[in-house]
Write a protein that binds this ligand. Structure first.
Ligand code: ZN
Length: 170
């Protein structure tokens, strides 16, 4: 006879996590396509990093800092409304008015934060994450984590917050 300790306890299925994984797989190709178009625009219209930003990029560990471009805009462009609303509902965050967005080696900065080194370092960490994981894998993980854990508690956002503060200390 089995005692209680050896009896297998069936765990309830985590439907939310499963749905988020599936949604991330479905959403990644169109988001990837959109991100590539934004990166091309930033490459055409943006500026290279300043000396101070290069130093931050080195501290963060970027492989290709020379490729990074920054484009200051009045409003950060966002992908299709339906997509965004879906992600916002899942991740319980208002994505309506972000101050920055990173697309591969391209960074959009809202003019209100254009001179804020913490925001620039935060986005440089995202560039490094793109380099480390690859564009497609980064986007899939980013979307999935935002859907499962919420924007603020997603692993890639937590890393960006932590490293953007640390990179400013030295
Ligand atoms: Zn971020």
């Amino acid at each position: 006879m089995l005692n209680n300790a050896t009896r297998i306890q069936p765990r309830p299925p985590n439907w939310r996590a499963a749905a988020a994984r599936l949604a991330a797989v479905i959403l990644t190709p169109p988001v990837h396509h959109w991100i590539q178009r934004q990166e091309e625009r930033i490459r055409r219209e943006g500026r290279p990093l300043t000396r101070a930003e290069f130093a931050s990029a080195r501290n963060i560990g970027l492989k290709d800092s020379g490729r990074v471009r920054i484009l200051v805009v009045a409003h950060i462009p966002l992908p299709a409304g339906w997509l965004l609303k879906g992600i916002a509902r899942f991740s319980r965050v208002a994505l309506a008015d972000p101050v920055a967005l990173t697309a591969g080696h391209g960074i959009f900065l809202c003019s209100a934060v254009a001179a804020d080194p913490v925001v620039v370092r935060h986005e440089l960490v995202h560039v490094h994450q793109y380099e480390r994981l690859g564009r497609r894998a980064f986007l899939q993980q980013y979307i999935r984590d935002c859907l499962v854990d919420g924007y603020r508690d997603s692993a890639l956002e937590k890393e960006a917050r932590r490293l953007s503060i640390r990179a400013g200390r030295d």
